[in-house]
Design a protein around this ligand. Structure first.
Ligand code: ADP
Ligand code: MG
Length: 223
């Protein structure tokens, strides 16, 4: 469903990516692993149309993402992709469920309907009963799960997560990843998860290693 082939990206004289390829299907989760600075985030940004690659191609559902205009890529990101980052960046003056509903409201859905749809995601993410809390009243793991709800509320085909457990302790991170992987799978979306944590990566169906801007040719299969 989403395929990046032979991607290259330079920042000035820095080669961030060079011959990087990754394929992910609906309902499948892929972990992107590698040392700091190896190009993991750049690969995720190229695949998701945030950054234009200098070489190679990205195809999503038969569409060449790397040939779309800026506006076309923005539309695609809004309609088909969801994003989870290291810090959820919730708006402090909104409740948890309003934060999760925000993409729908920005898309023109009435507040009541948006909140109702966001609320449906809360039980599966272990957030039942926390709908009205403010971000300041949530733990780090709860806030990150609200961030996941926000990423899922528009029913994306692909969820991109860049070090989503980077700011959490091991146990909380494990819980968040379990919920992220299972919720994305239940919804038959694809997941591209950047992490340098092998425990986290092993929760995914496949692991793609990135070294010096290259993906290794034989992705490791997880049992
Ligand atoms: N916007 C940018 N401008 C300049 N250099 C960048 C930029 N983004 C990434 N880089 C460089 O590209 C390389 C890969 O970065 P990145 O994809 O962020 O790696 P990772 O996510 O694996 O830590 C690094 O050398 C980084 O310094
Ligand atoms: Mg990174």
């Amino acid at each position: 469903m989403l395929a990046g082939a032979d991607l290259a990206k330079n920042y000035g004289r820095t080669t961030a990516l060079h011959h990087a390829s990754l394929v992910v299907d609906r309902g499948e989760s892929v972990a992107v692993m590698g040392p700091s600075g190896s190009g993991k985030s750049t690969l995720l940004y190229c695949l998701s149309g945030v950054v234009m690659p200098d070489g190679g191609e990205v195809v999503f559902d038969g569409v060449r993402v790397d040939e779309l205009s800026d506006a076309g890529r923005t539309d695609l990101r809004r309609s088909d992709f969801g994003f989870v980052f290291q810090f959820p960046g919730l708006l402090p003056e909104l409740s948890a469920v309003e934060n999760a509903a925000l993409p729908l409201m920005l898309d023109g859905t009435a507040r009541r309907d948006a909140v109702a749809r966001a609320r449906e995601l809360f039980p599966s993410l272990g957030l039942d009963g926390l709908e009205r809390r403010r971000p300041g009243e949530l733990s780090g793991g709860e806030a990150q799960r609200v961030g996941i709800a926000r990423a899922l509320v528009l029913a994306p085909a692909v969820v991109f997560a860049d070090e989503p457990t980077g700011s959490l302790d091991t146990r909380t991170g494990d819980e968040v990843i379990s919920l992220l992987v299972s919720t994305v799978k239940d919804r038959q979306a694809a997941l591209v998860l950047v992490t340098h944590d092998e425990r986290v990566a092993k929760r995914c169906d496949r692991i793609v290693q990135v070294v010096d801007g290259r993906t290794l040719p034989e992705p490791k299969r997880v049992q």
